[in-house]
Design a protein. Sequence first.
Lengths: 188, 66
Amino acid sequence: MTSEMIWYLSRATGVVSIVLLTLVVCLGVVTAGRRRPDGESATVVMGVHRWLSLGMLVFLGAHIFTAIAEGYVDISWWAVVLPFVSGYEPLLIGFGAIGVDLLVAVVVTSMLRHRMPERYWRGIHWASYGMWVVALVHGFTLGTSDQPVLRLITVACGVTGGLFASWRVAKTHADKERRTEISLQEWS
Amino acid sequence: MSEGPEKVRLGIDRVACTGHGICAQTLPAAITLDEWGYPIIIADQVESGAAATAIKLCPARALYLR
């Protein structure tokens, strides 16, 4: 495989990663919004959230590996986890590294969730929003700068996630909504 | 051990439960939902593999083995 192919592969896996990450974040937001049970949807949402998050890691791993292994630009292996030490675009690669660090924290705590206090897991899981934002900034500023279609995908991811997050922020009274719905329902 | 899969008993942490309804969907023979969407245990014995899945999938971590 030529070096040029690896570079394209790196960009492609980066774009797929941000799309999948956005999807995972949206599914998590839907679960956190505590909708009233409606058939199978909550189970499907939760299952896809869990498994797609791990599936996304494959694409992210390929993205990181190819970006460094390709060797055209100077990115050290340390730059994967240490922000702002990359020779190439230290600030923008740094956003990616912050995203990786937050991702590792979120994934590891989720795997150990049943072995740690819920409030720690919850607190660290909130970092997912920050991780998603730095990933978007990293993708928007770096990889897709000369490709309008790819940049549009990143923007679409940001808009979609933003809409889901706003729905979540607006839905502060899940129990009250449920009470209203129940009282409107016919007695069985 | 007797024949057949191992059976376990499940409990629900009523304070932690936020009524997503995933346990009732995963274990339809053992858990049903009240009209509010909160779980009611209807069978005491649950197959252990299915129970483990339901415990893992609960977003509120409110389902546990008794």
